[in-house]
Design a protein around this ligand. Structure first.
Ligand SMILES: NC(=O)c1ccc[n+]([C@@H]2O[C@H](COP(=O)([O-])OP(=O)(O)OC[C@H]3O[C@@H](n4cnc5c(N)ncnc54)[C@H](O)[C@@H]3O)[C@@H](O)[C@H]2O)c1
Length: 253
């Protein structure tokens, strides 16, 4: 069932969502727009961004969040298309599974740049506008792997754990301006990142589903609904937190 039901919970808010052409970002962009937000959806050039939002009124911007000029371009596009920034959802991410012994510097840098450094740089550029908002929100998509691990996940785990540290510090520094900053820790969610493998290896999908105490894989809408909570008024006194949305996965690992 789609989460995009719409009761105006983000009416009048301006939201940037990165990694919005697929999976969690796409579901969140649709839900935020259905709840009344003006949305700037950001994803790689060549992603399905344009098709995903054609005719919807959602603004789009194709770039890599790791580009040197990405923060300025994202903020400029948000101001032009949305007129301000109330919500910044740093969600773009890439996975990587290479054992430390074989992990090249370039792969470490690629994973950390996209998952962590870009979130820092885009947030830094957005801070004056978030502070000017009466309801500023930063939401970062980390992972249950920020607090756990698996073979080959050193760069990914380090980046996602770093995102939690960044989020706590943002919460501390921006709290006096009424801006909250929180992380979401998704569990095993069926998206572009995981779907291909799980379609090819249903046995692996079944293992992840069984690890959840709810005995199912997560869907992008499960995370979008948590993001909506963190983006809206219901979470006004919640900051510096990591919200696991994992079907209880971590209770069993
Ligand atoms: N799917 C899961 O099980 C899971 C679990 C924990 C955390 N996450 C995190 O959720 C976030 C969203 O991933 P998803 O699962 O929806 O996967 P996804 O692959 O469906 O979506 C990720 C999106 O990010 C975009 N992206 C990648 N690199 C980018 C870049 N440099 N610049 C701009 N956009 C870029 C991709 O094009 C894609 O559209 C990621 O940060 C991921 O690490 C996912």
């Amino acid at each position: 069932m789609s989460a995009a039901t719409g009761t105006g919970r983000l009416a009048g808010r301006a939201a940037i969502i990165t990694g919005a052409a697929s999976g969690i970002g796409l579901a969140s962009a649709r839900l935020f727009a259905a709840e009344g937000a003006r949305v700037l959806a950001v994803d790689l050039p060549g992603s399905r961004l344009t098709e995903a939002f054609a005719g919807t009124g959602t603004a789009t911007l194709g770039l890599s969040v790791a580009d040197t000029d990405a923060p300025e371009r994202i903020v400029e596009a948000a101001l032009a298309a949305l007129g301000g920034i109330d919500i910044l959802f740093n969600n773009a991410g890439v996975a990587s599974a290479i054992p430390v012994a074989d992990l090249a510097d370039e792969e470490w840098d690629r994973v950390v740049d996209i998952n962590l450094r870009a979130a820092f740089r885009v947030t830094r550029a957005a801070i004056p506008h978030l502070v000017a908002s009466s309801c500023g929100r930063v939401i970062n998509t980390a992972s249950v792997m920020a607090q756990g691990t698996d073979y080959g996940l050193a760069a990914y785990c380090a980046a996602k754990a770093g995102l939690e540290g960044l989020t706590r510090t943002l919460a501390l520094e921006l709290g006096k301006h009424g801006v909250t900053a929180n992380c979401i820790l998704p569990g095993a969610i069926r998206t572009g990142m995981t779907g291909g493998l799980w379609d090819a290896r249903p046995d692996i999908a079944a293992v992840w589903a069984k690890k959840s105490v709810l005995r199912r894989l997560g869907e992008p809408d499960d995370i979008a609904r948590a993001a909506l909570f963190l983006a809206g008024d219901d979470s006004g006194f919640v900051t510096g937190q990591s919200l696991a949305v994992d079907g209880g996965l971590r209770l069993r690992i």
